[in-house]
Design a protein around this ligand. Structure first.
Ligand SMILES: [Zn+2]
Length: 231
């Protein structure tokens, strides 16, 4: 979706509305996405999925993911690790410049349940600072490493102004099960509103990079549109 400057605010509101929808759906509420918003999101009949990429930025794999997303005109959400942002700031800047959402995945990927309040706060705020320096925006969402959450992590995240975002489709691409397995695990489990977990960092992501074109083209052929999370 190409966005003229005058439309940026409208698109921002749309993304906020979609984010609220995902939260509502996760809570089990029945929500109808207004037709105009569905159309603007590039979806047919409200069929939207959310591609998410964790553990970057990686100078080896993130640019390849970005090139594929550009080729298909698709936007995604990147949950980045603060220390990787500090090591490869220009890659994070590139992700944001291409219109993707850059969000918080902690500074060094610990299990947040095992941290003191002060340590958890530092993991989140240091990462916010590193991302903001490259994107000009403060992340509104936190994806806890390993999806490890409890009521303490949730309340501390809320106190830091963060919405906790997990996922609903996990092909375990990080374990390198093969390109075909990554592709089929996503395509066999996806449904409208799915949040798909993939990885652009944290190891050799060549299988994920190789699986991505078929995942996107097949979802498009099924009538899905793609949207970002967390504005
Ligand atoms: Zn991770």
């Amino acid at each position: 979706m190409s966005v003229r400057p005058g439309r940026r605010k409208a698109v921002g509101r749309l993304r906020a509305a979609i984010g609220a929808l995902v939260v509502a759906l996760a809570a089990g509420a029945a929500v109808a996405l207004p037709a105009a918003e569905a159309e603007a999101a590039g979806a047919k009949g409200g069929k939207v999925v959310y591609l998410t990429f964790d553990d970057g930025p990686s100078p080896a794999y993130t640019p390849k993911v970005l090139a594929t997303l550009d080729r298909y005109g698709v936007r995604a959400t990147f949950f980045e690790i603060g220390q990787n942002v500090a090591a490869h700031p220009s890659v994070t800047a590139q992700v944001a410049r291409r219109g993707h959402s850059v969000q918080n995945h902690s500074w060094s990927h610990p299990d947040l349940r095992k941290l003191s309040a002060a340590a958890l706060s530092a993991q989140v705020t240091d990462t916010d600072k590193a991302i903001r320096a490259q994107t000009g925006r403060t992340p509104s969402c936190l994806r806890p490493p390993y999806g490890a959450v409890n009521s303490t992590v949730r309340s501390k995240a809320a106190a830091l102004g963060k919405q906790v975002v997990l996922w609903s489709v996990d092909p375990a691409d990080w374990s390198r099960p093969g390109t075909a397995a990554i592709r089929s695990r996503v395509l066999n489990n996806v449904r409208p509103g799915s949040v798909i977990l993939l990885h652009d960092g944290g190891g050799d992501r060549s299988q994920t990079v190789a699986a991505l074109p078929a995942i996107i083209s097949t979802l498009k052929a099924r009538g899905y549109g793609f949207a970002t999370l967390c504005g």
